[in-house]
Design a protein around this ligand. Structure first.
Ligand SMILES: O=C(O)CCC(=O)C(=O)O
Ligand SMILES: [Fe+2]
Length: 285
């Protein structure tokens, strides 16, 4: 497995990184220790990095050999990971978007751009409760045969891209419990549909009446092969920090000070480089 898999489909599934019992135990831990039911009236919410770092059972998930060895195979030795780990609770985003979208279309079709989300879904997709991922096939690539090395595409063509996405095939990603999904930051995606009409809506995109075992939980982390594009993305995320919430929290976490020693040792030993979300001077690239 290499980066070419990611550039072909825009996503990769790593099978059975965790087993069913681990995921079951993790769900129970999250309900008990993070008291998700009490938060924001059991509505959609995001639990930020600084809180996640208090929970070994959660942050440890990403610093395990069977995962980081695979990431090294895909992104190369000395790949970059961002300092952020996020837990999304009861979030069923119904809008198509790409995680890189506020970068506009500048730069993002550079071939060296390999920023990707590493996601763990803690439930199987369900026709009514949702819980999974929809993608637009091929949407991480420039359309109309534009060179993937093109660095400057105007925002006008961004609108065009959006229209073209309507014609791309929608695919429901088949994710089993224990799998990890790696998704290119350019890939258009949304949460798999949940039946808001039947179960009610709480906050922006949360299901109101849903049993614990169907309650949607997902944990994400972000990685990059390339230093320059990682810095570009860190700036993009930093700009989103002004919107408050998760990215603001992330910008306050200096991993050298906040990560536990064991994790700092692990990343050193395994040649993983961590990049803080903060403002970098782009002209130095
Ligand atoms: O609600 C979801 O599952 C999607 C979340 C998402 O795509 C995002 O946070 O970028
Ligand atoms: Fe997203």
């Amino acid at each position: 497995m290499s980066l070419s898999y990611l550039s072909k489909d825009g996503y990769i599934i790593l099978k059975n990184i965790y087993n069913q019992e681990e995921i079951k135990a993790l769900r129970a831990y999250i309900f008990k220790e993070l008291k998700v039911k009490k938060r924001r009236g059991y509505g959609e919410t995001s639990i930020h990095t600084s809180e996640i770092l208090k929970h070994k059972k959660i942050y440890d998930l990403f610093f395990k050999k069977n995962l980081t060895d695979k990431l090294t195979k895909i992104f190369g030795r000395n790949f970059y990971a961002f300092n952020t780990i996020n837990l999304l609770v009861n979030s069923h985003t119904p809008f198509w978007h790409r995680d890189s979208q506020s970068q506009k279309e500048h730069y993002i079709f550079d071939e060296s751009y390999s920023v990707s989300k590493v996601i763990l879904y803690l439930q199987k997709n369900h026709n009514e409760y949702g819980g999974g991922l929809l993608i637009k096939e091929g949407s991480h690539k420039p359309l109309f045969g534009r060179s993937t090395l093109s660095k400057k595409i105007s925002s006008g063509s961004s609108r065009l891209q959006r229209i073209m996405n309507c014609f791309l095939r929608t695919k429901r990603v088949e994710i089993d419990i224990g799998d990890i999904v790696i998704m290119h930051a350019n890939l258009w995606h949304r949460a798999s549909p949940a039946n808001f009409k039947k179960f009610g809506l709480i906050k922006k995109f949360g299901l109101k009446n849903v049993n614990d075992d169907k309650y949607k939980l997902m944990i994400d982390w972000e990685v990059s092969k390339n230093h320059n594009t990682a810095i570009f993305y860190a700036n993009h995320q930093y700009q989103r920090a002004s919107e408050g919430g998760f990215f603001y929290d992330a910008s306050q976490v200096d991993y050298k000070k906040k990560y536990p020693h064991r994790i700092l040792n692990y990343i050193k030993k395994n040649n993983i480089l961590i990049l803080n979300i903060k403002r970098y001077k782009l002209e130095q690239l």
